[in-house]
Ligand binder design. Sequence first.
Ligand code: SF4
Length: 1023
Amino acid sequence: MSLSRRDFLRYGMAAASTAVASGAIDLSPVEAAATSLRIKEAKAFPGVCPYCAVGCAQLIYVKDGKIVDIEGDPDAPHTEGALCPKGSSTYQLSLNERRITKCLYRAPGATTWEEKPLDWMMAEIAQRVKKTRDASFVEKVRVGARDVTVNRCEGIAWLGSSVLDNEENYLIAKLARGLGLVNLENSARLCHSATVPALGATFGRGAMTTNLIDVQHADVIMPTSNWAECHPVSYKWVMKAKERGAKIIHVDPRFTRTSATADIWVPIRSGTNIVFFGGLIRYAIESKKYFHDYVVAYTNASLVLDPQFKTPTDLDGLFSGFNPAIRSYDQSTWKFQLEADGYPKKDPTLRDPNCVFQRLRRQYSRYTPEMVERVCGIPKELFLKVADIYCSASGPDKTATVSYALQLNQSTNGVQQIRALCMLQLILGNIGRPGGGVVALRGHSNVQGATDFGTLYHMLPGYPAAPLQGPHPTLTDYLEKTTPKGGYWVNNPKFVVSLLKAWWGPAATTANDYAYDYLPKREKADAYSHQHFVVGMYEKKVKGFICMGQNPAVDSPNAKMARQALRNLEWMVVVDLFETDTAAVWKEPGIDPKSSQVEVFYIPGAPAAEKDGSITNTMRMAQWHVRAVEPPGDARSDAAFIVDVGTRLKALYAGSKARRDRPVLDLVWDYQPQGPKQEPNMELVLKECNGYTTEDLTDKDGAPLYKKGEPLKTFGHLRDDGSTACGNWIYTGIYPEEGKNMALRREKPKAGDYLGHGWGFAWPANRRIIYNRASADPSGKPWSEKKKLIWWDAEAKKWVGNDVPDFSPTMAPDAPRAKDGPFKGVSGTDAFIMNPHGLGQFFASIVDGPFPEHYEPFESPTQNLLSKVQTNPLAKVYNIGDLNKLGTPDRYPYILTTYRLTEHHAAGMSRHVPWLSELFFGHFAEIGPEMAKELGIRNGDMVTVETPRAKIKVRALVTERIKPFMINDKKVYQVGIPWHWGYQGVMQSARGDVTNDLVASLGDPTTFIQESKALLCNVRKEA
Ligand code: SF4
């Protein structure tokens, strides 16, 4: 980049004063003048910002083989050329003195790194993987009366990354599963894993329902995270809506720059969002502000439940079926009454006391404004004002958008907090419609893609479940138990068989159930997540670790324990741009390096500007970036590392006659590495993800459809007979013809196409707002002219409009429920096609309850006022003795919440970038003036913040932004601490104590995401 450090600050400050109040800096005008000479005759390559999941499109200018500038791409419909401070400093990810360009090796017990040749490192790594795999591999286990092939290796963990590309995550998922690895995760587990089951159970897919650009059409917007500072560029769409007259209600424990732009700031105690959303649901019902016709037509509100089903209103905090001995629910009463045809009984009047609507009403009858005030700390009058404004944005002419991020996710009630928000949107009719929707704001560039591509222990690419040894011993069992009887998931066998064909090719035959045995089978659901395997490392059960683009030494909950866990490993591979805290864990300050025997292999990686691949932003849109320059020295893409290690492992196993080695040997693994760095051909990977035919295909009338080997145009062409191979069915269509990469498209939006369908590729099938059938009424007409999106064209006999229909394109609104075929069970009014009954689900099967119920955080200043059940009875508490002690309010009287900053990111990148690191003076804690006065703390003083797990020292930032709460009539102070710091970093201000040391080892029962937003702490001034 052409700007000096001083210029960067100066131009950034100037631009910030005129740009949106979000912290997004539109540098383009000032830079144009400053850089015109430098970029003259430079070649521009398409890039994507590698920091957050707004996915700001970039142009990377290259001259003489060197990057000379990186700017926002002004043609991008979702970002319009803007970049925030992180995106504006991307240049320093490539050109940075701290960048490591040689392979480094740390021998067990050594006190220094040694430089080693890349080839030696790769050979040694492959040997370590093989040795540990062979020693810890389990081929068969006895389950009941049968031997089940489980092909499972528990001795190695692999952490992929939500800053790696889609194709890289796909390669990790494929190779790891081929090796039998079950400890497989990416950073989505710790940030947004609760999103997937919450949105999935409610709407059918675990993904943001709308498009950032469409936020401008909302009448009310309710961010429940610090949207303006954490996802700055996308906040322009909120501000555009505000210019149009939209109201903004910011719900957050802290006053932030988002609050500063809002009409109303609603301070809420961390961990109580279910009470707030439940209170709004109650208000919508009691004030009759819900969208009645939408609710009747498109949700399961009218379905009638078994009268034996009981809610926490009936059972003082528990649902029917709770077994305290195993802290689990028997869900046999969680069901509908059925008609003779097997479909649930319906009451369109919504009056049946057992219909979902009435049970929902009863469930939230306790969530009164008074209860909201006592539990959340939101004054009753403020709550009623907000409820009136938000719930009025409903009906044919109005819509509201809600956003969320980690405040809702990172909780022992994470899934249910997000579910409650989704249900609020559903009851107001705000899904599938312009200006409506749930905006899931992801912090890492490719959280969505890494999740889609299955670098998570519990699922395969495209969201089929990773099989379990008990219920899924054979392919038949697996498909029977994981394929519903109605909704688009009836096509599950096509997705799964095509995936097996993509992975094991000719070795996957009809005779061997398409090599289903090769897939590792999980022992149980309660295993293998990030927290599980870190504990496994601590206990020396997990011995080897591959870590790519992540920094678990700082990012993990209970991070001090996690660092000891890393030091307990036998070997560890780190692939990254810089010497991260994880890579340097053996020489952490205060630790004697000789005390750790972990053998560390550091492989230098490449940022997005130096490799080919796609990144899927938070609105499901994949954008391809191009290798603009070669990575320096031994650095190369993560894909090159994965393909190389896979190739070497196949060579090491060559000649083996053991059945357990067949999954490695038969893995299809030819990505044509080329050039001096042996970079794989990433379009080949993309084609495999998209899907292709394994033989000539004809249509149902016998007409030729495809030649063997051609890419598939649509997932509608997938088959379950082995004639198609497909690495990730939801991405089918991204590479519909040889050489045609839809993710690489950068077409300026055409007139009338505000959603920008010509830019990148949004899964599924380039649909930009999913569930958009709900934008029309049951007869197929738009609910109103103002809020129209797609509608039924009776003459043309198809759905038309401003988006790709998320529906059968020719299914008429009056079509009866399909008896067979790909849309089995779906009728012409079933807008939520992925769900078994085609309906948005208020009532849905989640392990800790079909409706969200409030339980207190494990560390709470109060008793639960809603019931006698204090904390989530199904939550995971990791059994690591004193390392996981919990605090009580008598000793730890302050609420602690963690958060992040605009200028910093996950701990592995921004603290190595000088332009970003110097923007902060160092690590700090925000404390309110009243609390500071009581403790004798002045602004700038050093303070110790303590939980039962750890203490950290930070500087006090005394600010009016932090307010106390009145909880159950008692004043409680809170403390806010950003979590970016660690012991590695470019300058003193970039180094500091690790906030996540304070966090306990707890997990939501569905996803095992940690509770890091609502803790208790003590604070004292340092002498
Ligand atoms: S960090 Fe996010 S908002 Fe900032 S430039 Fe990058 S993608 Fe855009």
